[in-house]
Design a protein around this ligand. Structure first.
Ligand code: HEC
Ligand code: HEC
Length: 349
């Protein structure tokens, strides 16, 4: 029997076959996809650049696009030091020659604390395609072809891969691919090369001798660890890679980078700052997330409001206030979540 689900999976692999299946179905269900509809879906760009639309874009225009549409989340230099994935950094001229990012090779002396997009990237088509289909995150598929070329060129420029006066185009993109720092660093056994393979969606497949995971450590002697204040308050507050917690007593456990509750009668505002809630929530103003005052108002009068809010904080979620999701906060100690939830419920900010 014809099923929509089958059709959908076929749809992705072979749009035209699917259209034919629909066509052959004697029911009144659906209609063949039009060539224009197929064209709108069929936007993937392969490693050999099949599917790449003709066009070009300059680093200069890319900088304008970046500043207007990307910088708010990814930082001026792609460093994304607050919330989002860092884009540039961690690659060298020597990597461009070898095609292997040395900081990711097992036993590397210069092992990077975190992996940026440019460190992981082995196919330039992936960067072009990803930006084209998924960015800006809050408004995907709104960039023109020229803007995608331009902002891709700008990202490459942030990584010192192309010069400031460069214009990236379908004509020269293959040449740039040959200089990508990590072009030899990844397996080709993935769905982008062979349709039967599983796509490497985590970007963690590696040819050989790769560092598997990175843990934040500190090479400072114990007495100096807190010399510049608590690094956890100064580095990335959110995401997989956070600043090391160097506050309080000299710790021997250098990988403990999850902020710990510090007092038994905590000041909830301090807790909200310590756990980076305030990076996305202002007390009175909307940032990435709704203001704490709005949240208080929305849930005032809700039965069992403290546990409802605590559960929401712990699990994160999306769609209640808009399209931007709130990441789960399961790393925050339960006692702190309870204290913040009670504070939100009381609304005395
Ligand atoms: C509203 C915030 C936001 C804006 C604006 C934004 N991004 Fe992103 N970007 C994200 C998030 C979040 C991710 C991670 C998405 C994921 O992992 O599912 C991301 C991921 C990326 C990545 C892949 C990172 C990796 O290594 O996996 C690239 C490249 C990127 N963005 C480029 C851009 C460009 C170029 C623009 C501007 C045209 C842009 N972004 C605008 C939030 C944003
Ligand atoms: C990366 C940004 C970010 C961080 C960090 C963050 N939030 Fe949120 N939060 C959001 C967004 C975005 C929403 C709206 C989600 C939605 O629309 O469902 C939200 C929603 C909420 C809500 C309302 C949930 C609902 O369903 O109505 C509460 C409560 C909340 N956040 C508390 C917190 C607390 C407490 C922390 C810190 C422990 C925190 N948030 C950290 C972005 C963030």
């Amino acid at each position: 029997m014809f099923s929509l689900r089958n059709c959908f999976s076929v749809f992705i692999a072979a749009l035209t076959t699917c259209a034919a299946v629909v066509n052959a179905t004697p029911s009144s269900l659906g209609r063949p996809a039009t060539p224009a509809e197929i064209k709108a879906w069929d936007i993937d760009v392969r490693p050999d650049f099949k599917g790449l639309p003709a066009g070009s874009g300059s680093v200069k225009l890319g900088q304008e696009v970046w500043e207007a549409k990307c910088e708010s989340c990814h930082g001026v230099f792609g460093e994304s030091n607050e919330v989002f994935t860092p884009i540039a950094g961690g690659t060298t001229k020597a990597d461009m020659t070898s095609g292997r990012v040395s900081g990711m090779v097992l036993g590397a002396k210069n092992a990077a604390a975190q992996r940026t997009t440019l460190m992981k990237l082995s196919e330039l088509s992936t960067l072009w395609d990803y930006i084209n289909r998924a960015m800006p995150w809050n408004n995907p598929k709104t960039l023109t072809t020229e803007e995608v070329y331009a902002v891709t060129a700008y990202v490459l420029h942030l990584g010192d891969i192309v010069p400031a006066d460069f214009v990236l185009s379908d004509k020269n993109i293959r040449e740039v691919q040959k200089t990508l720092p990590n072009r030899n660093g990844k397996t080709r056994q993935h769905g982008l090369w062979n349709v039967g393979d599983k796509p490497d969606v985590q970007g963690d497949k590696c040819v050989a001798n790769c560092v598997k995971a990175t843990t934040i450590g500190s090479s400072l002697p114990d007495y100096a660890r807190n010399a510049h204040g608590n690094l956890a308050d100064q580095h990335r507050l959110i995401g997989a890679v956070r600043g090391l917690n160097t506050a309080g007593a000299v710790a021997s456990n250098v990988t403990a980078n999850t902020p710990k509750s510090t007092s038994s009668t905590p000041d909830p505002l301090k807790l909200a700052q310590q756990h980076a809630c305030t990076a996305c929530h202002g007390v009175a103003n909307k940032l990435l997330g709704p203001s704490l005052t709005e949240i208080h108002k929305k849930y005032a009068g809700t039965v069992d409001v403290v546990s409802v809010l605590a559960a929401k904080i712990k699990a994160g979620g999306s769609g209640v206030w808009g399209a931007i999701p709130m990441p789960a906060q399961a790393h925050v100690p339960d006692a702190d979540i309870q204290a913040i939830a009670a504070w939100l419920a009381a609304g005395k900010f």
